[in-house]
Write a protein that binds this ligand. Structure first.
Ligand code: BG6
Ligand code: GLC
Ligand code: GLC
Length: 839
């Protein structure tokens, strides 16, 4: 019993001694949490530098935009080819993505060797070889006759300006191919593929392996927004806010950034942490001075790091009794797979012994324990350094999202991470310790970067075909100059029909005389009431006009809503409601007793017999009250006032909103002779020569004509430019077949046209994953104001008018005060004339 204890004690002691010895020797490789937090901070600064326009050129960490803007959404589908070059293995893949409710990916792939002649040869040979392998793969799979989109995983730093293009910044890892650096690798690939007449592929995406990994994992977990590789090389990508990426135009949304963190430290910023072994590794590599962070971490270097340490220890007599074998002196004799084997949980020591013996050494028990511990220190440092940089990325993501806690998924891949028995759990543990406010899920990319590259290609492919289909669908809205000239000429013709005696009655553009014969001259004065009905709001106004030197207009108004059931109820209800609003306004202003002259802006087509008589021709826009059409609206208003029997008003003028607008602006600018409304409805009035208005007896002077151009096209004359969406909007409206031009131009309908297009695009599967939501089905849900949030129109209007009427020098003046002011001015003039007449 005692002997067993003694033995156990002896072994523990022996182990402790060896571990202490190695720890002392490699104390510089031990990184405390404080050091790691410091590395994390340094990497955060590097990221900022790489993203900034000015700092980018000299930044060690390049932070390369990838033009991948979203993670897969599950709607990807199709057959794709992918190439996966730059890791430990070169692969050609065929990926079939189906979207049959449950996501489904089928992959077939084949590995091809990458001999030294290729990885250290010249560019033409490399791309010819890649193309040959692809052709061979297609031959084997019997798919040569078909056209395929292709995604190219190319695991090296590339400067991209589009998804399908990338200029190689520099080779890394074990590649050093002449004549490729600073050239576009996709065009080289395309060039090589052209030599295969029987291969028809379209290279649509170039992706780094980190991006491929993020996309592979993102397909299964939508939360995935980071991709990490710890393999032959090491690197990470993540989704960055566009607004932080100086090198790419635009601020909306996010884009994946390939950090190329392997180059961290290339400017000397990690020199304090690098050991003599790190310097030796670097000097012996094919890219000295480059990828210094990677050389402390990744699979290509770990074995060699261990070898250099063992060699040094042996030289110092700390191992193998000071004996050194030829193999131990030979570069790359210890590989990362050996390190992984030596650190295996149970068989580790036995493996160590075998590996050392393979190297021609005769290790003692103590030697094996010490060597195993060297491996642990080297691989643990690797995990620590990766954890620090990853913690910096996670912190950045959390801060970008302004979150206190971040919940996210990291897609991860690479031989070191996958094959080293302790690596994943060490990495996870340290990351969680460094960023306690992030809940991180590590998701191993089971199927490599190729699947992700296919996803990126699927998205690119979908976008290309969607763009094409959307363009085709929207082409019907394009108006060429010829179209516009034709519209102009037709409108001209219709205006003339409306003015001519024989055709006036049947004209679709009604050309209604308004009995307004001049714009204001500044002598108008007095207190007036004005009503403004027919636009978005119903307004009641009190307008005080002063003439002479202190010429001014003061207005007080109140806005009232007109409920839908009133707009579409009976005429009596509508006019009673109007009078009710007037009563409230008079009450509110304290002028109930005063019998003020009133101007009535009524924004519908009226056939006038005088300034204060107007029979409604027909309702337009959203109004449909019964028993009004054909009736005089002034009479209807008077009757409603009588019915209420509370106050009296002197209704002097009934005015279309276009006319009110012209008068409002005419008060400021006497040259104003056109009034234009682009609102709920669309209409124009202008000053016409009396002699051209054939239905009027008088031939002297001018009169304002309310064109009612909204009815243009009601005889079918512009059907050639009406789209199926215009027709749908018309059919769903209150007045089908009527106001066709208005329905193509005005606020009440534009949003509705957009809604019809959205529905159609959705039906074609081009939007919203083909799902038409209940609200999208709802008429009027897409308001015209949404359009103006997205686009601005007034510039286009001005430009087109200039183009279509080059001989006219037009000033557009916005009527700031609405039509009510103009209506009051008209009332003032009418009142003055009336009084003159009476006297
Ligand atoms: C693989 C990817 O899964 O991971 C490769 O498909 C990538 O393209 C690799 O480069 C990284 O690991 P390694 O160890 O092969 O370099
Ligand atoms: C190297 C490459 C990088 C790649 C990484 C992992 O660091 O420069 O592009 O992602 O290796 O393969
Ligand atoms: C409708 C009306 C018209 C009005 C225009 C703008 O087209 O018919 O009278 O001017 O809308 O409100």
């Amino acid at each position: 019993m005692f002997a067993v204890h003694l033995l156990a004690f002896y072994f523990t002691k022996l182990k402790e001694d060896q571990i202490k010895k190695v720890d002392r020797f490699l104390y510089h490789m031990h990184l405390s949490d404080d050091v790691l937090l410091d590395v994390m901070t340094r990497f955060q600064a590097e990221m900022v530098k790489g993203l900034e326009r000015d700092a980018h050129p000299t930044a060690a960490v390049k932070m390369l935009p990838t033009f991948v803007r979203s993670i897969p959404d599950g709607s990807e589908k199709g057959d794709f080819l992918a190439l996966d070059l730059g890791g430990s293995k070169f692969r050609v893949l065929k990926v079939k993505v189906s979207e049959d409710g449950k996501q489904n990916v089928q992959m077939e792939s084949q590995f091809y060797p990458t001999p030294k002649e290729i990885t250290l040869g010249n560019g033409t040979e490399l791309f010819d070889y890649v193309a040959d392998c692809l052709a061979d793969f297609m031959e084997t799979k019997n798919i040569k006759h078909k056209k395929f989109p292709l995604g190219f995983t190319f695991s090296f730093p590339c400067i991209q300006t589009k998804l399908e293009e990338g200029v190689l910044l520099s080779w890394t890892k074990y590649f050093k191919v002449r004549g490729v650096q600073e050239t576009d690798v996709t065009s080289s690939l395309r060039h090589a593929l052209r030599k295969h007449k029987d291969v028809d592929v379209d290279v649509l995406a170039l992706v780094n392996d980190t991006v491929g990994t993020m996309m592979t994992c993102g397909y299964d977990d939508q939360r995935c927004e980071v991709g990490v590789i710890i393999g032959t090389g090491t690197n990470a990508c993540y989704m960055e806010e566009m607004s932080n990426i100086d090198l790419v135009e635009g601020d909306e949304g996010r884009m994946c950034i390939n950090t190329e963190w392997g180059a961290f430290g290339d400017d000397g910023s990690l020199d304090d942490l690098r050991t003599e072994f790190d310097r030796e590794i670097d000097l012996g590599s094919i890219n000295p001075g480059k990828q210094l962070f990677e050389k402390m971490i990744s699979g290509l270097y770990l074995g060699e790091l261990v070898r250099l340490i063992l060699l040094k220890m042996a030289k110092k007599g700390l191992l193998f009794n000071g004996k050194i074998s030829a193999a131990l002196r030979t570069k790359d004799k210890i590989e990362t797979k050996h390190v992984a084997a030596m650190e295996k949980h149970k068989e580790g020591l036995q493996n160590t012994k075998e590996i050392l013996m393979e190297l021609g050494l005769t290790p003692s028990e103590e030697d094996c324990i010490a060597v195993q511990h060297v491996c642990t220190i080297v691989s643990f440092r690797s995990a620590n350094l990766c954890a620090a940089a990853l913690a910096a990325i996670l912190t950045r993501l959390r801060e970008n999202k302004k979150l206190i806690r971040l919940r996210t998924t990291v897609g991860i891949d690479g031989t070191l991470y996958k094959t080293h028995p302790q690596y994943p759990k060490r990495l996870h543990k340290v990351v969680r310790r460094l960023v306690p406010n992030c809940d991180v899920r590590f998701l191993l990319s089971e199927s490599g970067s190729g699947k992700g590259a296919a996803m990126v290609t699927a998205v690119a492919c979908r976008l290309v075909s969607q763009r094409k289909q959307i363009d085709e669908i929207l082409a019907s809205f394009e108006l060429s100059k010829e179209n516009l000239i034709e519209v102009k000429n037709k409108m001209r013709g219709e205006l003339e029909y409306g003015l001519k005696k024989e055709t006036h009655a049947t004209a679709t553009v009604k050309m209604l005389p308004t009995y307004v014969c001049g714009t204001p001259d500044g002598t108008e004065k007095g207190k007036f009431l004005a009503l403004d009905l027919g636009g978005t709001n119903f307004r009641v106004l009190l307008v005080k006009i002063r003439s002479g030197r202190r010429k001014s207009v003061r207005m007080y108004n109140k806005i009232f809503a007109i409920p839908l059931e009133i707009m579409q109820g009976t005429g009596e209800e509508l006019f009673d409601h109007i009078v009710q609003c007037i009563a409230e306004f008079l009450e509110y202003m304290g002028i109930k007793g005063a019998r003020l002259p009133l101007g009535f802006t009524f924004s519908f087509p009226c056939r006038q017999a005088s300034i204060d008589k107007g029979a409604l021709v027909e309702w337009t826009k959203g109004f449909k009250a019964t028993d009004c059409e054909g009736e005089d609206v002034v009479d209807m208003l008077r009757e409603a006032i009588k019915r209420r029997n509370e106050f009296d008003l002197d209704i002097v003028a009934v005015v279309n909103d276009t006319v009110g607008t012209m008068m409002t602006c005419g008060y400021e600018d006497p040259n104003c002779e056109i009034g234009f409304i682009a609102g709920t409805g669309s209409n124009v009035c202008y000053m016409e020569e009396m002699k051209n208005i054939e239905i009027m007896e008088v031939t002297e002077g001018k009169m304002c004509i309310n064109t009612e151009w909204g009815g243009f096209g009601d005889n079918g004359c512009i059907d050639s430019i009406r789209t199926k969406y215009d027709k749908e909007v018309d059919e769903g409206s209150l007045n089908p077949g009527k106001q066709r031009y208005e329905k193509m131009t005005s606020g009440m309908y534009l949003g509705e046209i957009v809604r019809q297009i959205l529905i159609d695009l959705t039906k074609h599967g081009l939007l919203f994953r083909g799902q038409i939501s209940e609200s999208l089905r709802t008429r009027g849900i897409f308001e015209t104001k949404f359009l103006s949030h997205i686009e601005s129109f007034s510039g286009i209007l001005r430009e087109t008018v200039k183009e279509m009427a080059p001989q006219c020098d037009v000033t557009f003046m916005l009527s700031e005060d609405g039509s009510g002011k103009g209506a009051a001015l008209i009332t003032a003039v009418a009142k003055r004339l009336h009084n003159v007449g009476e006297n």
